[in-house]
Ligand binder design. Structure first.
Ligand code: SF4
Length: 473
């Protein structure tokens, strides 16, 4: 309930026979909906011809039965769910991006943010390129198509582009004859593939999407790995593997990913349980009940309860029918949006000392409202525990932590934040325990430590291109 937004989710399928793949992609995107609720799209390749549909909205809103039926049968398809970490929420910024170039067509779906996007875009614009979107993904598409003019195959062009682009990118690229999956050399964002009983191969941001379409998980892509699916079978290209130290986003385990997913061999649910256990050891509390903020605080609350011996309870109920992108219809400040999303269960919390576990605190406003709800329901004490360290730095790799101004931990001490939120105590997960939580040390934790694995971008605001367009009139 941090208020942070997920980045994006990608999905791809290669089938040995022509079939209604848009439907499979639809179900895959539904399973990835938590990664992006602003827009979505599907592109299908039918004998070399790419047909796409994309728009702003949830998967179920954009892909009505009529729209799905209008997409052709094919032997490859790519899908995307979007939250805008660069570029505004407009149809033109939705993905997959489809481009026509001298050597054919290509569809591209991307999860992540480039750390050198502004420099690359400036260079391209100075050489005459005209951009139709304000997202990083179009920059990647330009670079791949430029490389394609000099290379004999699409996979060589993608490999060459990997030497130019820097930062976070999990990509699915569809050419008229091949489906290509790429994970950047740091492995910031997850990407895995599986096989369906009919011999089709499926690529997805998270393993939960493979399960949703009946595919058997094969493995994660290695950081820097490229997989090529074609009539010739599957080919793995590892030229860019091992070039950088593995830095998978630790916040995927804490908040972004679905708990039933497994990333780099580590269960997300298991990681969240460990976070709760670590919290119970590092920031114990005398209490009668442990409750979690739905959904992503629940697993860590269970871990806290198991490690502390304090009973676990259901203390907050989430309105299941409210979209994550919920916007109130009016400007009235009398209605508290948190109240529409969450309500307290008095039977669990009344007269009790409560440990409240949430995944993160960004501005502190949501946390404060949840504390108020629990007080109104009769909670005697509230000990706020956070299954992440304090956010102190922006993220340049695909999440919307884009300014230190909005981070409460940059301006206040723990004791002050507890007071602002109305909690009796506050405890964060220690940053040095993040590797224990993730089950491996190949993690990015830059938003907590300020130690960035890449050069810090010169311009990092999510709306940087829109701002530039306005400046230039
Ligand atoms: S800076 Fe934080 S949110 Fe961004 S990739 Fe690294 S760990 Fe994830």
């Amino acid at each position: 309930m941090s208020g942070l937004r997920e980045e994006c989710g990608v999905f791809g399928i290669w089938s040995p026979v022509k079939s209604a793949l848009a439907e499979t992609v639809y179900y895959g995107l539904y399973a990835l909906q938590h990664r992006g609720q602003e827009g979505c799209g599907i592109a299908v390749c039918e004998e070399g011809v790419i047909t796409a549909h994309k728009d702003v909205g949830l998967v179920g809103e954009v892909f009505t039965p009529e729209v799905l039926r209008s997409l052709p049968k094919g032997n490859m398809a790519v899908g995307h769910v979007r939250y805008s970490t660069t570029g505004g929420n407009e149809r033109r910024n939705c993905q997959p991006i489809v481009v026509n170039h001298r050597k054919g067509r290509m569809a591209l779906a991307h999860n992540g943010n480039l750390s050198n996007a502004s420099e690359l875009r400036n260079e391209l614009e100075m050489s005459g390129a005209i951009f139709h979107t304000t997202s990083d993904t179009e920059t990647i598409a330009y670079i791949i198509t430029k490389q394609r003019l000099r290379t004999d195959s699409i996979e060589e062009a993608v490999l060459a582009a990997m030497n130019v682009i820097e930062g976070a990118y999990s990509l699915v690229v569809m050419s008229p004859a091949k489906l290509i999956a790429v994970r950047d050399p740091y492995g910031f964002r997850p990407l895995c593939f599986g096989e369906m009983p009919d011999g089709s191969y499926v690529i997805a941001s998270e393993s939960c999407a493979l399960t949703a379409v009946g595919a058997k998980f094969k493995r994660d892509l290695e950081p820097g790995e490229m997989l090529v699916f074609s009539r010739e079978g599957i080919r793995s290209e590892r030229k860019n593997c091992g070039k950088k130290r593995h830095h998978s986003c630790v916040f995927e385990y804490i908040y972004f990913a679905r708990p039933d997913s497994v990333i780099d061999g580590v269960s997300v649910h298991g990681a969240r349980l460990r976070a709760g256990e670590i919290l119970a050891q590092s920031c114990p509390a005398e209490a009668d009940v442990v409750i979690g903020v739905p959904d992503s605080g629940l697993d860590a609350a269970l871990g806290f309860s198991r490690a502390s011996g304090i009973p676990y309870g259901i203390g907050l109920i989430k309105n299941k029918y409210i979209a994550r992108t919920f916007i109130s219809p009016g400007q009235s400040s009398r209605t508290d949006k948190v109240r529409i999303k969450l309500s307290a269960v008095p039977e669990t919390v009344a007269g009790k000392r409560v440990v409240l576990v949430d995944d993160s605190i960004v501005r502190g406003t949501t946390g404060g409202r949840i504390v108020s709800l629990l007080r109104e329901a009769g909670a005697k004490e509230i000990h706020f525990r956070v299954s992440a360290p304090p956010f102190l730095h922006p993220c340049y790799y695909g999440t919307d932590i884009d300014s230190e101004d909005c981070l409460i931990a940059c301006r206040h001490t723990e004791a002050e934040i507890a007071q602002i939120m109305g909690a009796d105590s506050l405890g964060y997960l220690p940053a040095e325990k993040l590797a224990v939580l993730a089950g491996h040390s190949g993690i990015c934790k830059a938003c907590f430590t300020g130690k960035y694995p890449t050069a810090v971008p010169s311009e990092a605001h999510k709306d940087k291109y829109e701002m530039k367009i306005k400046e230039n009139g």
